[in-house]
Design a protein around this ligand. Structure first.
Ligand code: FE2
Length: 284
């Protein structure tokens, strides 16, 4: 099979043409997909009318796929698949309203994510895009002086903040118990780091879960967080994906941040399957 890679945006994003995941892809094709993912940050594979099992098999070529440690909204047959849906569930197990602020999946965990692989099953007739920002470009656009200021700094992350910031009073979310909190204890991460596979520097900052900067006063880190949020989400660093049914999008959480745009009619169903990969390795 010959794959074609076409860029979709000036900052990041490319589509992979010719990938048939209804059969086991050749190692050479998986190598090309892996390299394209590293090169472009976001890969779009259209019309993937595959089974949940086939999506999972593809994801496992890149690392470990494990059930979401906190969110119980799992695929009934494959717990490693997180169901991302605006379905109104009365039992509090849904994902309504998730991901609508800039973030990187699993940023708050010590063992972070490499790839997220999201496949659309139902999408609204209009709206519901996902935006991605390239954090290599954000790093490279910093002045030498600003790099010098940010380089020694470490941010603390805390999953429970999302409940205070965005899920307050929500009855359709699973409640954050001490047991869940213990599965995602606060963690620390440097602001500037080298991507573990490409070696290129990125800004690693997730405004949804960032708590503080080690050794700084609140007024100081609040100012830096505001700058980082504005800087990372500059329009020239962004690719905006307009979903079609059966689009499968694979992104690199180590050099991008993303957010789901909440602009669609909530009476329409938006339903996707996500696999999140940790412990990244070469595709075969
Ligand atoms: Fe996300």
């Amino acid at each position: 099979m010959t794959l074609t890679i076409n860029r979709l945006g000036g900052a990041l994003g490319a589509e992979v043409i010719g990938l048939d995941l209804t059969r086991e892809p050749a190692n050479e094709d998986m190598d090309r997909v892996h390299q394209a993912w590293l090169d472009h940050g976001v890969l779009v594979m259209r019309d993937q009318q595959i089974t949940a099992e086939q999506q999972l098999t593809f994801a496992r070529r890149f690392g470990t796929a494990a059930p979401h440690h906190l969110n119980p909204n799992r695929h009934p047959d494959h717990p490693e698949i997180l169901v991302v849906s605006n379905e109104r569930r009365k039992d509090g197990g849904g994902t309504r309203g998730s991901g609508q602020h800039w973030h990187s999946d699993y940023s708050y965990l010590e063992g972070r994510s490499s790839a997220s692989i999201l496949r659309a099953l139902q999408i609204p007739s209009v709206g519901g895009d996902t935006m991605f920002a390239n954090t290599y470009r954000a790093h490279d656009a910093l002045s030498e002086t600003m790099r010098g200021i940010l380089s020694p700094l470490t941010i603390t992350y805390d999953y429970s903040l999302v409940y205070q910031r965005y899920y307050k009073g929500r009855t359709d979310r699973v409640q954050l118990t001490d047991e869940l909190r213990a599965k995602a204890p606060p963690s620390e991460h440097p602001i500037i780091e080298a991507h573990p596979e490409t070696g290129r520097n990125v800004i690693f900052f997730d405004p949804t879960y960032a708590n503080a900067i080690v050794g700084m006063e609140e007024a100081e880190y609040t100012a830096i967080f505001r700058f980082l949020t504005d800087h990372l989400t500059r329009p020239e660093f962004i690719y905006r994906h307009h979903w079609k049914p059966y689009d499968m999008v694979m992104w690199d959480n180590r050099c991008t941040i993303h957010c789901a745009v909440s602009d669609y009619d909530d009476a329409e169903r938006r339903h996707l399957n996500r696999v999140t990969v940790t412990n990244s390795h070469a595709a075969h």
